[in-house]
Design a protein around this ligand. Structure first.
Ligand code: FAD
Length: 403
């Protein structure tokens, strides 16, 4: 049985950031990844400026193969039912359009950690002074012994299921799916990620260019028909925006997302010697941007282990203290007062709004309100509303939501 300092589950961006901190501090670190690397990851790949800075500062300039075509993104354009469109540029210029298969592989390799791919985490036993990690490599059982474990294993996190089996039933889930189309004609500016605040289309509707094709994506609830929802959006884009696309190719894809933890401020940081980070912990910024907070929270989880060892302190206390800044940053993105009066996002929403005429501003505010009301449909909708509206009034981020 391999005996190392830290096992990280998942070979994604949160894992790469955590591994970098641990390896730099001299801790022997193994990353387990269930897929063969480089692995596919469903993602639009629009990196925020903060995520871009993190990659540059920690791993250096991005190689060309880590980017899709178009290689850069200027910002996000919001479209509203009133047919107002509102482009918002990222602060500080364009950012790379990541090809997750190669960017994640480049980052994890650059971290210097040992990586075991095709190795699936199946369970763990925390014995106080060490953790036994059970995995399967090519179907065969394999065990590791580590002082600490980091779950950087994404939204459906098997590590969380191992330490809190009931957790998946306590949070909202939603599904996203996307189809790829050859383009006949597309007036949507390919330098922007396009998002529709349109209750008639669904709670999460997007489109953008990638490698000569157009992606059309929709969010849906359990039991909804993805194909029907997608067809409605495609027709709407043709009728209202003049987007003419060929029928979708066969390589459509989708996944479940752990929506809500950052909105209701209920993150999961782990238990005992096991830390949870990245999207597994609940870090997801508004309109589904999760790479920057995966990188930053991942780095903090690595730093917390290093600090806890140096100071001989319980690692959970250390992590919860150190992660507070990232919690505040992510939760602020959903805070209505912050959005109205501050700049919690990385594209300039207030400036884009002010660039509109008074009439269009009024239409946009009404459309956003109608869109928000859509979330009442969700089983957890009322809780989300209550948390979002109460938080600015009570003025903080109560620890009682943290696990
Ligand atoms: C359709 C879609 C579009 C998105 N677009 C954007 C975007 O444009 N910009 C943005 O910033 N974010 C976007 N996101 C969100 C972003 O992809 C995630 O927030 C981010 O990848 C989370 O990173 P992570 O490192 O926490 O985990 P993940 O990227 O989810 O990686 C988890 C890793 O753990 C591995 N794993 C899981 N289970 C096991 C196991 N049992 N054993 C071993 N390994 C395991 C997985 O294979 C995976 O490699 C999008 C998400 C979706 C679904």
């Amino acid at each position: 049985m391999r005996n190392v300092d830290v096992i990280i589950v998942g070979a994604s961006l949160a894992a790469a950031a955590a591994a970098k901190r641990l390896v730099d501090a001299g801790l022997e670190t193994i990353v387990l990844e269930r897929q063969k690397l480089p692995r596919h990851k469903i993602c639009s790949g629009i990196l925020s400026p903060r995520g871009h800075r993190f990659l540059l500062e920690n791993f250096g300039p991005l190689p060309r193969e880590t980017m899709h075509e178009p290689t850069a993104c200027r910002g996000v354009t919001f479209h509203f039912p009133s047919m107002v469109s509102m482009p918002m540029d990222f602060f500080g210029g364009t950012t790379p359009h990541l090809h997750r298969k190669y960017s994640d592989h480049w980052a994890i390799q650059s971290s210097g950690a040992e990586v075991h791919d095709q190795t699936s985490f199946v369970g763990l036993q925390d014995n106080g002074d060490h953790v036994i990690v059970k995995a399967r490599k090519n179907g065969e059982p394999v065990e590791y012994r580590a002082r600490n474990v980091i779950g950087a294993d994404g939204p459906s996190s098997p590590v969380i299921r191992a330490i809190y089996p009931d957790y998946p039933q306590t949070i909202p889930w939603f599904f996203v799916g996307q189809k790829f189309h050859e383009i006949i004609e597309c007036p949507l500016d390919e330098e922007y990620f396009h998002f529709w605040f349109h209750p008639g289309l669904g709670h999460y509707t997007w489109s953008h260019a990638r490698d000569g094709r157009q992606i059309v994506g929709v969010g849906f609830k359990s039991g909804d028909n993805f194909a029907k929802k997608h067809a409605v959006v495609q027709q709407y884009m043709e009728d209202k925006h003049g987007v003419k696309l060929k029928p979708a190719s066969d390589d459509h894809e989708g996944c479940a997302e752990n929506f809500g933890p950052s909105l209701i401020n209920r993150y999961v940081f782990g238990k005992g010697n096991v830390l949870v980070t990245g999207q597994a912990a609940g870090f997801l910024n508004m309109i589904g941007e999760g790479m920057s907070c995966a990188l930053h929270s991942g780095a903090i989880s690595g730093e917390a282990i290093v600090e806890a060892r140096l100071r001989n302190r319980p690692v959970q206390d250390m992590y919860r203290r150190m992660i507070a800044s990232e919690v505040r940053r992510t939760s602020d993105q959903w805070n209505p007062l912050k959005i109205a009066f501050d700049k919690p996002h990385e594209a300039d929403f207030p400036a884009a709004l002010m660039a509109l005429s008074w009439g269009d501003r009024a239409k946009v505010m009404k459309d956003i309100w109608n869109f928000i009301v859509l979330y009442k449909e969700f089983k957890w909708g009322r809780e989300i509303f209550k948390a979002a509206l109460q938080r600015p009034l009570v003025g903080g981020y109560p620890m009682k939501h943290w696990r």
